[in-house]
Design a protein around this ligand. Structure first.
Ligand code: GLC
Ligand code: MG
Length: 233
């Protein structure tokens, strides 16, 4: 199973993507695909269409707050209900409006609250206000710009773990792939993981770990390189 981020990881270089898909197609085993993206559902579907990506078995959107499954990629309502319990987007929006240097991303969804931050001091000011409020949340900072506030039980890593548990896949031959801050949670779960060669600076700071492979190749080429590193048999 390949559990991969889209922008900057699977997507970014068409010829290495095609080479990876051809390689998977020529194996004796089937590679299931789980896409784990920061994009919202419609935006992820548009990217899948524009880039002619294979339709995944599972689509995880919104930095791990939306999960879509099956041939028709229908929402997993058990996951949605689980996250709704302690989610307070209005309170988060109201705190955000008082932090200068934060701009709302203006998204068509309420399962996460996302902003652009002018710099990292703004992010720390926001974090401290959220802490003072006592609201449960998870803050993810990526690419030196995007700030996502998520329900605390969500995130790319927790959403992936939910899928592995739900379908009893803990024994699967897995590779996790990413390029930026919102991928850290899933890259550090202890599964074979790859940081692709073109990763954002925030991933260069990530501690060395035997389960994390730093590819020389960029985008899908890095996934291919890591697959050969971890799964040679
Ligand atoms: C994607 C999403 C954006 C999010 C970012 C980081 O770019 O479109 O909303 O903030 O990923 O997770
Ligand atoms: Mg990315």
């Amino acid at each position: 199973m390949l559990a991969t981020d889209l922008d900057g990881t699977l997507v970014g270089d068409k010829s290495s993507l095609q080479a990876l898909l051809d390689f998977y197609g020529s194996q004796t085993y089937k590679v299931s695909l789980v896409y784990i993206t920061g994009r919202h559902y419609q935006s992820a579907l548009s990217l899948i269409e524009e880039e002619s990506l294979p339709v995944p078995d599972v689509l995880i959107t919104d930095v791990g707050t939306g999960i879509y499954i099956g041939d028709r990629l229908e929402p997993d309502l058990e996951w949605t209900r689980r996250l709704e319990k302690s989610w307070m987007p209005e309170k988060i929006e109201s705190i955000a409006s008082r932090v200068s240097g934060l701009t709302s991303q203006d998204l068509p969804i309420t399962n996460r609250c996302s902003y652009f931050a002018s710099d990292s001091t703004v992010v720390e000011a926001f974090r401290s206000e959220l802490n003072k409020s006592g609201i449960p949340y998870k803050l993810i900072y990526s690419g030196g710009r995007d700030v996502d506030i998520l329900p605390s039980e969500s995130g790319k890593g927790q959403a992936l773990q939910y899928i592995l548990d739900k379908y009893k896949l803990s024994e699967a031959k897995l590779l996790v792939a990413g390029d930026s801050g919102n991928d850290v949670e899933m890259l550090t779960m202890g599964f074979p993981s790859v940081i692709v060669g073109n990763a954002q600076p925030e991933l260069l700071e990530q501690a060395e770990h035997p389960s994390i492979y730093r590819a020389k190749q960029k985008f899908a080429g890095g996934i291919h390189e890591a697959w050969s590193h971890f799964h040679t048999d």
